[in-house]
Write a protein that binds this ligand. Sequence first.
Ligand code: FEO
Length: 388
Amino acid sequence: MKAIELAENIYWVGGVDWNLRNFHGYSTQRGSTYNAYLIIDEKVTLIDTVKDYMYDEMIERISSVIDPTEIDYVISNHVEMDHSGGLPKLMELVPDATVFTSPKGKAGLKAHYKKDWNFSVVKGNQSLELGQRSLEFVLTPMVHWPDNMVAYLPEEKILFSNDAFGQHIASSERFDDQLPYDIIMEEAGKYYANIVLPYSSQVERILPVVEKLDLEVIAPSHGVIWRSHLPEILKEYQKWANNQTEEKAVIVYDTMWDSTKKIAQSLEGAFATQGVSTRMMSLDVNHISDIMTEVLTAKYICVGSPTLNNNILPSVAAFLTYLKGLAPKNRYGLAFGSYGWSGQSIDQVESVLEEIGFELLEQIKYQYIPEGKELEAEVAEKLDESNE
Ligand code: FEO
């Protein structure tokens, strides 16, 4: 396994996790990569590491260009273990190397690994001379952990952005112009929706700083490196961070005897009549992290559950818990469902949608089996009333 050159003497030396399918609940159907970067200068510098089980792969890649014991500096942009997992073994190899990290980074690394490495704490936006080149650090707290920072290399116009601008894609290709554009943008959106979305206000504050940089490359810690589609990904991040939505409805539901499904279908028809694009997302067949990809750009979030044992279905409860944590803003919420005799589920769904902060549309609730055309007309009427 070889290092891949980004610029003269700057290499990608990460790991490709082809078989990763679950990243703490995020369905990673395309696998992922953990991107570490090596800068060979007067001070040999490694930016981030990889998950612990990919350490050997990283070392093999580093060894293809330099003896890893020559590493002087290690930059830890983020404590989370997909990027710091390789650090303990690396520091056994280079115990005298200096670890540059944010104040919270130092606290986090010490808490994770119980080691007193030779830390140099990056307290603010400061520079580090490497020889012919330098790194400028920018602290980016809560994008998406308190310890996060990014590093900019002005001489080559490269931003090492850590999780920001990442995508969970395993591939032998390393650059954004080597894979289909739609796939990388879809995965970047999925990544934003499932990891970054709750921290959108922090992203909004950081984006102007990033946009002022003279940039040719954004090198994130997952997926492909952006060198051809920078304006596009920056524009998408701006939209996502601003919670900008499209005329689109996501209809998320589970069903027991297809009655809630019938209401979902009627909603789809009613939205279509209004010229609103729809995505029908049955929880029986769609992973919640894929549903979030659609939620990212949807103006209307409709959630349906029949009543089971005075409650919502567990699958719907799981989705609502996930949605609440990711906290999209500027959305309309609509609760719907069928019931037999008590019907608490619809109010329960509605109360979560309200808690998230969605503006509520009138709920749709039917006892037992709703009827076809009549139902669609009634749903359309309620939607019209809600939109007035
Ligand atoms: Fe890719 Fe927050 O770790």
